[in-house]
Design a protein around this ligand. Structure first.
Ligand code: GLC
Length: 499
């Protein structure tokens, strides 16, 4: 069992151990929620997970019903401008099998949410967040630290909300080691799957030596002769969730579950799907400073300037009536790029322009760069990750294409809507849940390139009917994708868990 040596700064006066077993709720109705995640905006972001952690926590804190805190690793990539504002709270030593590691604790408050950062330079003073040979050990240390800092902070949450495999071990350790201690006994674990593809799989040899899980608990994490941390978290948590209702259904099927369908089905009684929101203050066509011009859903006239300037910037002919179809995406297969590559040349024969932004697999990057050379007046390939340009594309294009093979939630289709850019999506996961045909976009069902092309051409033809198209843009731009809606659903789930 883990032990923690405690060193504290003199400035801090919190108790080092919680002596009385107490139900975690304070006297008031304010519930304590601790998010455990490997990234969060604005501090460190590599994808949608960070946006969700950054904005969901804020939305929950805004309700005033929750004391919301987040634990993150203190990566060296977190910018100095943020680090300079962190306070050092102290340090403890975290025990993991035969290891005994330094764990510094920093903190800051942002938008009513308290963030804690776990400092250990051996694990986190490296460029980027993931992709190291010892990621299993790094996130085991992180997940263990989350439980170990609780006595230091004298903060025992009502709900510990863990996200993706990197935080899975917090839920596993709670169940296997900590819940037997009085202070931890009322903590409920919620595990959210943002993408079931990444499960945290390791050799069984590492069970005791690295993950510090003893033989009696082997059955919780073992799956098909490997350690599978996502499987372990699903087994150990009180409830688990996905980032859209449709994805919660899909991951019961082999096609979507990357091998975990049996585990999901076995535990489906504790599964819920809650659609993500987006930060509607940041993604706001009326105020976004990245746009060439701002506009409103009631008056899209300035969107024409956004389009014209975008065409100019990307060296495309500035033709107001030619529809611009955009994609902002990681260039990887599950984003549906095989469909795009299969029919794009056929589509480029029409009177249209296509803009792509993103980085990813070399063969897609190469192919799109090649197309840009072959069709300079019709195709623009931007093989970069650029937040400013992405907003100029979302706002300056007419149609947004997102034909994913699978999509746990997807945020881009919602962002496009916010800028009056009508999405075309494949009916999967959160794309299915957020985009309704002709209400706020277009959809197609089968993973089939010509089905996609058919819908693209339908949209291009509808685009010519300006009056109807403007109504569609309005409906897209005013669809409620706010976190307020999703936060209510999380609130209901937390309440259910705490009954
Ligand atoms: C993952 C999923 C994406 C989802 C995001 C935030 O990146 O692939 O669909 O929107 O997490 O939950």
């Amino acid at each position: 069992m883990a032990t923690a040596k405690i060193t504290k700064t003199s400035a801090k006066s919190t108790k080092t151990t919680a002596k009385t077993p107490k139900k975690n709720q304070s006297d008031s109705d304010v519930k304590k929620i601790l998010f455990v995640a490997s990234e969060s905006t604005p501090f460190i972001a590599t994808g949608g997970l960070a946006e969700v952690i950054g904005s969901l926590t804020k939305a929950l804190a805004d309700t005033k019903k929750f004391d919301v805190r987040v634990v993150l690793p203190l990566y060296s990539d977190i910018k100095k401008e943020y680090r300079d504002k962190f306070s050092y709270l102290g340090n403890i030593y975290v025990h993991l099998a035969w290891r005994n590691q330094y764990c510094g604790i920093f903190s800051c408050v942002k938008d009513g949410v308290t963030f804690y950062f776990i400092d250990n330079e051996y694990y986190f003073k490296r460029p980027g967040c993931y992709g190291y040979f010892d990621d299993g050990e790094r996130f085991a240390f992180f997940s263990r630290s989350v439980l170990e800092i609780m006595p230091f902070l004298d903060f025992y949450p009502d709900v510990m909300h863990c996200h993706d495999w990197q935080a899975a071990l917090s839920a596993i350790y709670l169940k296997t080691n900590y819940c037997f201690r009085p202070e931890y006994q009322y903590i409920r674990a919620l595990f959210t799957i943002h993408n079931i593809e990444y499960q945290g799989q390791y050799s069984m040899d590492l069970l005791c030596d690295l993950f510090d899980i003893f033989g009696e608990y082997r059955y919780l994490v073992e799956y098909r002769n490997s350690i599978n941390l996502m499987k372990g978290a699903i087994e150990c948590c009180e409830r688990f969730s996905t980032v859209s209702p449709r994805y919660a259904q899909e991951i019961k099927q082999a096609y979507f579950a990357h091998g975990l369908e049996d585990i999901v089905r076995k535990n489906e009684f504790k599964l819920t799907g809650i659609l993500n929101g987006i930060d509607d203050i940041s993604y706001n066509c009326e105020k976004d400073a990245h746009l060439f011009e701002n506009f409103t859903p009631d008056d899209f006239s300035n969107k024409k300037i956004c389009k014209k300037e975008l065409q100019k910037m990307l060296s495309l002919p500035q033709k107001p009536d030619v529809p611009v179809i955009s994609m902002v995406s990681r260039l990887v297969s599950h984003k549906g790029l095989d469909l795009v590559t299969a029919v794009i040349e056929e589509f480029l024969q029409d009177d249209i322009q296509v803009v792509i932004l993103g980085t990813g697999d070399a063969h897609y990057e190469g192919y799109f760069s090649h197309l840009a050379q072959k069709y300079p007046d019709k195709f623009s390939a931007n093989i970069v990750f650029n937040g400013d340009l992405s907003r100029k594309i979302y706002s300056g294009s007419d149609i947004f294409l997102m034909p994913s093979k699978s999509e746990p939630c997807g945020l881009s289709q919602m962002i496009a809507c916010r800028y009056g850019t009508v999405p075309i999506v494949r009916e999967t996961g959160g794309l299915y849940d957020s985009i309704k045909p002709l209400e706020n976009g277009y959809t197609f069902t089968n993973y089939n390139a010509h089905d996609m092309l058919y819908v693209l051409r339908q949209a291009v033809s509808d685009y010519k009917n300006k009056a109807e198209w403007t109504k569609l843009m309005y409906r897209s731009a005013t669809t409620d994708f706010s976190w307020k809606r999703s936060a209510k659903e999380y609130e209901a789930l937390y309440n259910e868990m705490l009954k």
